[in-house]
Write a protein that binds this ligand. Structure first.
Ligand code: CTP
Ligand code: MG
Length: 396
C-alpha cells in the first residue's frame, strides 16, 4: 500500500527521515501515527524508528535531547516540534511483566516490528509513502480488528499494560478484539496487578472518553481485567456505558459516573479516587458532584455548596444516564442562583469587620456563611444596604 499524500504532521517530520536516509540509514514512521494516517484519524505524536544508533542520530541533527539513550530513543527538535527517534531494537527478559531486562539495537526493521503489541500498531511507513506490513496489520485495519502480533500471551507477558491498551483501542476504534487475543487477555488478566496504577489510569480514562466505550467496557469486564483494577472488584463496569452514546468530556465525569452508578458512600468514593491516584482537585470536584447526585431533593444551598463545576459534572452524568429532566432542572437552578461563591457577596469579610467593629476571627467567617445562606435562600437581596441591615439586626 502506498500513501499518496501524507497528513501534515507527517510531512512536517519528513526532513528527519530524509536526513537519516541521506546518511545511509533506514528510517520510518512507526506506531500510532501510521495507524491513524490509514484510519484518517487525527495524529497526536509522530514516532520514528531508524537503523541508526543513538550516537549516529545525534551526530546528524543540530538539536537533540537524550530522552532514553539506553533504550535507543533520542528526541530530535525540528522547527519547534519534538520527534522521538528510536533505534530499531529487540527486547528480552520481561521478568517484571512491565519492561524488558535487555534491549538490543539491531539494524533490521522487521525485528523491531516484531516486538510491538498489535498488528495495527506494527506498521511502518517510509519517506516515499510505502507502508511496510509484516503481520497483516493493513488487513486488520481494513476489516477492523485488534490482534496481537504473534502469540498474544507472549505480548502480554512482555508488558501487561497491553491488555488495557487492547480494550482501550477497542473503545476508540469500535473494532472487536480477535478471539485468541481476547483469550490471551482473559488468561493473563491477573498480571495487571504488576502494572503501576498511573499507567492503568491513563488507559482506563482513554477507554471511558472514547466513542465506543460500551464495547471496551464489555471486554474490560468479561476478560476479568476490571476485577484487577483498584477497588473495582465486585462492581459491574458494563453499566458505566450509561444510556447515551455521547462521549464523556472529562476524567472528572468518569469518576462522578462511577460514584453515582455504584452508589458509593463518600468514604468509599474518596478511597477509590485515592487508590487511582487522582489529583486532589479531581477528588474534591467529584466528591461534591456525587454528593449532589445522591440527594433526593436539592435545596439551593446544596447547589451553591457543590459549586458550578461540580454541578456541571452532575448534569453531564444525569444526561448520560438518561435523566435529562433532572439535568435540565439542575442546570436552570444552578444558573439562577443569586451568587456562586463568597466573593460574589456584596459585602466581604473586611466590610463585616468594619460594620460590626469586629477583630479578625472565626466570628467573621460565621457571619460570612450566614450572609451567604440568607442570600442563596433569597431571604435578602445581595446588596450592600440589605446585607448591612441584616448584620446590624443580628447585633441588636
Ligand atoms: N505497551 C506498548 C506500548 C507501545 N508499543 C508500541 O509503541 C508504539 C507507540 O506507543 P504509544 O504512543 O504509547 O501508543 P500508540 O499506539 O501510538 O497509541 P496512541 O494513539 O495512544 O499514542 C505503539 O504503536 C506500538 O507499536 C508497544 O508495542 N507496546
Ligand atoms: Mg503514540
Amino acid at each position: 500500500m502506498k500513501i499518496k499524500t501524507l497528513p501534515q504532521p507527517l510531512q512536517d517530520a519528513l526532513p528527519v527521515l530524509q536526513t537519516l536516509n541521506q546518511a545511509g540509514f533506514q528510517a520510518y514512521y512507526v506506531g500510532g501515527c501510521v495507524r491513524d494516517t490509514i484510519l484518517q484519524r487525527p495524529i497526536h505524536d509522530v514516532d520514528l524508528a531508524t537503523s541508526a544508533y543513538p550516537a549516529e542520530i545525534k551526530s546528524l541533527f543540530a538539536q537533540t535531547i537524550d530522552t532514553g539513550i539506553q533504550h535507543g530513543t533520542v528526541t530530535v527538535v525540528l522547527n519547534h516540534e519534538n520527534y522521538e527517534v528510536t533505534t530499531f531494537r529487540t527486547e528480552s527478559g520481561y521478568q517484571d511483566y512491565r519492561r524488558p531486562d535487555h534491549v538490543e539495537f539491531v539494524r533490521s526493521l522487521d525485528m523491531d516490528l516484531q516486538r510491538r503489541d498489535f498488528t495495527i500498531n506494527a506498521l511502518a511507513l517510509d519517506a516515499t509513502g510505502e507502508v511496510h506490513d509484516l503481520f497483516g496489520g493493513l488487513e486488520d485495519l481494513r476489516r477492523g480488528q485488534i490482534r496481537a502480533v504473534g502469540q498474544a500471551e507472549a505480548r502480554f507477558h512482555e508488558d501487561a499494560l497491553r491488555m488495557m491498551r487492547a480494550v482501550r483501542f477497542q473503545a476508540q476504534f469500535g473494532f472487536p478484539i480477535a478471539e485468541q487475543t481476547l483469550a490471551g487477555i482473559t488468561q493473563n488478566a491477573a498480571l495487571l496487578t504488576k502494572i503501576a496504577v498511573e499507567r492503568i489510569h491513563v488507559e482506563f480514562i482513554k477507554l471511558m472518553l472514547a466513542p465506543y466505550r460500551k464495547l471496551g467496557l464489555d471486554s474490560f469486564q468479561a476478560t476479568g481485567l476490571a476485577s484487577y483494577c483498584p477497588q473495582f472488584k465486585g462492581h459491574d463496569c458494563r453499566c458505566l456505558a450509561g444510556q447515551s452514546s455521547q462521549p464523556l468530556t472529562s476524567e472528572a465525569v468518569v469518576w462522578t459516573l462511577i460514584g453515582y452508578l455504584w452508589q458509593l458512600p463518600p468514604t468509599q468514593l474518596r478511597s477509590l479516587l485515592r487508590a487511582w491516584k487522582t489529583t486532589n482537585e479531581t477528588q474534591k470536584r467529584v466528591t461534591r458532584a456525587v454528593t449532589l447526585l445522591q440527594l433526593n431533593t436539592w435545596r439551593d444551598w446544596d447547589l451553591y455548596q457543590a459549586g458550578t463545576k461540580s454541578s456541571q459534572l452532575a448534569q453531564e452524568v444525569l444526561l448520560v444516564t438518561g435523566k435529562s429532566n433532572w439535568a435540565q432542572e439542575l442546570q436552570e437552578r444552578q444558573e439562577h442562583l443569586p451568587i456562586y461563591c463568597s466573593q460574589d457577596l456584596a459585602l466581604g469579610g473586611q466590610a463585616i469587620m468594619e460594620i460590626l467593629h469586629l477583630a479578625p476571627g472565626p466570628e467573621v467567617g460565621r457571619l460570612l456563611e450566614e450572609l451567604q445562606q440568607a442570600v442563596v435562600a433569597r431571604k435578602i437581596p445581595n446588596q450592600v444596604i440589605a446585607l448591612t441591615q441584616f448584620l446590624q439586626q443580628k447585633r441588636n
